[in-house]
Design a protein around this ligand. Structure first.
Ligand code: ADP
Length: 399
């Protein structure tokens, strides 16, 4: 069975074609600048890149080009589109309705539309992507996999904000949490690495990429997470501020005359590691600036580590103990210095890293010291594979 995984942004489309017999990636790629001048498709097969520059006025044209690339005589990987058994779509927001992945039918499309106010930037392109695929592959089953679904198991006291309760009832303002597909994937992989049943493990999964979130996973279920109503909450991130005193917003607006939109852009695009360091949103640049003596770059990193550490402490309390800490995503998978700095001083919780073992990048490995009471892992995330696995399960059960 071959499954196409699609992740649609407002002007981009990422895809992978996965052979579910051995879970290998047959082809993957990225379409950029859809609907803008300079549209380009980068299609990769066996590490070889094929760049197709062609105007693409909308997502349907982009999907058509992706399908053409997949069946191309020279760099295609399938003979015919009918070899694609199903399409798995990444959908950012499933609201309170979806605690798992679903077969996409008319009712699901309606529910996705209903979620637009909760994710006005993300859900519309996801819906456009689904419709574009549907038009070109009308008989191929489609599955929706939600970033929010994994966190639907959080207890009510952890997702309700201490705001007037009517706001939750009327507008559904609450914590949803994101990166759920990643937290679910790495927690399941970690259980395999530990050789244990996930039901018997308390874990804290740290997804540290451009966007970053932490999740407390008890018996394989999310019980708390750092992102909130939107992906702006929680940790400091590349360009996002994470948790700040909400009173900063009216203060800024009153004092500087900034508009709501200005503050929104400031908190989402100009804050975080970029805002504090003044150097970059990319941790590699900030790490190298800090190493060259840039004080603000060092401050940005110290602040970042401090936040991650604070959440690990908080979630250890939430879980009443922890068996494993898991690092994933760009920084979590690749930066030994960050992992060491985050775990440094957590010995009282039984968390102790092995400096030798920690010296790895992008591999699934245990990095805890032999006398660490809590096991520490690096597990590369693979949201596309998780989407493909869910899609396969759902499609097989349709029969
Ligand atoms: P996204 O949230 O966009 O999917 P990623 O998970 O790919 O992001 O993470 C991207 C971030 O990971 C980059 O901004 C970079 O800061 C960080 N990163 C990647 N490789 C390294 C590395 N070797 N050392 C430090 N940071 C790294």
């Amino acid at each position: 069975m071959k499954i196409l995984v699609v992740n649609c942004g407002s002007s981009s489309l990422k895809y992978q074609l996965i052979n579910m017999e051995d879970e290998s990636v047959l082809a993957k790629g990225l379409v950029e600048r859809i609907g803008i001048e300079g549209s380009v498709l980068t299609h990769k097969v066996n590490g070889e890149k094929h760049v197709i520059e062609q105007p693409m006025e909308d997502h349907k044209v982009a999907v058509k080009l992706v399908l053409d690339a997949l069946v191309d005589k020279k760099y295609g990987v399938i003979e015919d589109m009918s070899e694609i058994s199903a399409v798995g779509h990444r959908v950012v927001h499933g609201g309170e309705k979806y605690a798992g992945s679903v077969f996409i039918d008319k009712d699901v499309m309606k529910a996705l539309e209903d979620c637009i106010p909760l994710a006005p930037l993300h859900n519309p392109p996801n819906i456009i992507g689904i419709n574009a695929c549907r038009e070109l592959m009308p008989d191929t089953p489609m599955v929706g996999v939600f970033d929010t679904a994994f966190h639907q198991t959080m207890p009510k006291y952890s997702y309700i904000y201490p705001l007037p309760y009517e706001l939750y009832e009327k507008y559904k303002i609450r914590k949803y949490g994101f990166h759920g597909t990643s937290h679910r994937f790495v927690s399941a992989e970690t259980a395999k690495l530990m050789g244990k049943n996930i039901e018997d493990i308390k874990m804290i999964t740290c997804h540290l990429g451009n966007g970053a979130s932490i999740c407390a996973v008890d018996k394989g279920k999310s019980v708390d997470t750092s992102m909130g109503f939107t992906p702006l909450a929680g940790l400091a991130m590349g360009t996002r501020c994470g948790d700040i005193d909400p009173a900063v917003i009216p203060f800024l607006m009153n004092t500087t005359g900034m508009s709501i939109k200005d503050v929104d852009v400031l908190m989402n695009k100009k804050s975080g590691i970029l805002g504090v360091s003044g150097v970059s949103s990319d941790f590699r640049d900030v790490e190298s600036a800090a190493n060259s003596g840039n004080e603000r770059a060092k401050l940005a990193l110290d602040l970042y580590y401090h936040r991650v550490k604070s959440f690990i402490g908080a979630y250890t309390a939430v879980l009443n103990g922890v068996d494993a800490i898991v690092f994933t995503a760009g920084l979590g998978e690749n930066s030994a210095t960050s992992r060491a700095a985050i775990c440094d001083g957590l010995g009282y919780l039984g968390i102790k890293i092995d400096p030798e073992k920690n010296n790895i990048r992008g591999e699934a490995l245990e990095i805890s010291a032999p006398d660490s009471k809590v096991r520490i892992f690096v597990v590369p995330t693979n949201e596309e594979l998780m989407i493909a696995r869910d899609t396969k399960d759902i499609v097989e059960n349709l029969k």
